[in-house]
Design a protein around this ligand. Structure first.
Ligand SMILES: NC(=O)c1ccc[n+]([C@@H]2O[C@H](COP(=O)([O-])OP(=O)(O)OC[C@H]3O[C@@H](n4cnc5c(N)ncnc54)[C@H](OP(=O)(O)O)[C@@H]3O)[C@@H](O)[C@H]2O)c1
Length: 329
């Protein structure tokens, strides 16, 4: 099988997790890493078997040995970083949220089509075996007709204006960073877009949302209550309520277990995933396969789905009046 050669842009927290997965996968090579600072690139490379280390993202994008580049930078950088890679004919796996807004997402999607380059959002939750099992259970109507979804993703990070999560200039806030997971999850499970979206948030002085609640109504009368927070433990669980029971997925965004219960709360079936590296390998397998098969997008995350999610979040932010600096004309 053809070994797929990866490059990584950015040497922060998520790039470290992703590199851990890549370097333990078969037929997959971490070929080069890039930082804005060569010392950091070398330090990062040293932790992962010393692939090539570059002190600029441009040098990595121009490396002819690389098949695909993973972008692990803050969301404000995704558009310029992906643009650089695409224009250098490199396939791209770009972290979530894909971009700041739908306009930037559309730009990248059109650019990738123009340059005939593979592009995918790194929404790894969709590739987890548990997520696939939950979709099977829904298709089999294990809980009957679905009536309601409850999905939350929240955590507490102490307030620090310089932190990516709270920083206005880095498009901080709960919706883009955390809310993208439950919003994507609800749409992925329902396999359709909501027909009505209501929301509200709580905002910091610099304008970013520290927590929010979103309500979706789908055309089949399913409701979804969605919450996300960066300073409150609003839960990380998904509950799918049906006529005949419910499915509970703890830590749905990174789940390795899910259970089905009947109406009386009796457990009917549980699925437990085993043998993962750290969970990021599942999306990387998909990218490898797409590249081996010369595909320009993944069937699991079509680019239209990514664009739809960005547009939903645009609509929510428009209702709140939250615009980031990069969006000011
Ligand atoms: N899939 C997941 O589970 C997951 C988890 C966490 C975060 N994320 C997403 O991944 C992205 C990165 O998050 P992270 O937590 O890894 O962030 P992080 O630890 O702050 O790392 C981001 C890296 O981006 C690079 N960078 C480029 N321009 C930057 C700028 N203007 N300011 C700060 N850093 C800049 C830096 O690398 P160099 O200095 O080496 O250039 C930095 O180390 C975000 O979009 C986030 O939403 C995904």
């Amino acid at each position: 099988m053809r070994t797929i050669k990866w490059g990584i842009i950015g040497t922060g927290s998520i790039s470290t997790s992703f590199a851990k997965a890549l370097t333990q996968m078969e037929y997959t090579e971490l070929t080069a890493v890039a930082s804005r600072d060569l010392t950091k690139a070398k330090e990062f490379a040293g932790k992962f078997g010393n692939p090539k280390a570059y002190g600029s993202y441009e040098e990595l994008a121009q490396d002819t040995e690389i098949d695909v580049i993973y972008i692990g930078t803050p969301h404000t950088e995704h558009k310029p970083n992906a643009e650089l890679c695409i224009k250098n004919k490199k396939a791209v796996l770009c972290e979530k949220p894909f971009t700041l807004n739908g306009k930037e997402a559309k730009y990248l999607i059109d650019l990738a089509k123009e340059h005939k380059v593979f592009l995918m959002e790194a929404m790894w939750t969709k590739f987890l075996p548990v997520t696939k099992k939950v979709k099977e259970w829904l298709a089999m109507e294990m809980i009957g007709k679905v009536k309601k979804l409850q999905v939350g993703f929240g955590f507490t990070v102490p307030y620090d204006e310089s932190s990516r999560l709270y920083n206005y200039d880095l498009a901080g806030g709960a919706l883009l960073d955390a809310g993208v997971y439950p919003i994507t999850y609800a749409v992925h499970l329902m396999e359709k877009l909501p027909v009505q979206v209501f929301s509200t948030g709580v905002f910091l002085k610099n304008g970013v949302d520290e927590q929010n609640c979103v309500l979706f109504k789908f055309d089949n009368d399913v409701l979804a209550t969605i919450s996300s927070a960066i300073n409150a433990e609003v839960g990380q669980e998904a509950i799918i309520i049906g006529e005949k029971g419910r499915i509970i997925i703890k830590n749905f965004w990174n789940a390795d277990k899910a259970s089905v219960y009947d109406k009386d709360g009796k457990e009917i079936e549980t699925f437990v995933e085993s043998g993962r590296i750290n969970g990021y390998e599942f999306e990387a397998y998909e990218v490898n396969e797409c590249i081996r098969n010369s595909k320009l997008e993944s069937d699991m995350i079509p680019l239209q789905d990514t664009l739809d999610i960005m547009k939903i979040m645009d609509g929510i932010r428009a209702d709140w009046g939250l615009k980031y600096r990069q969006e000011m004309e």
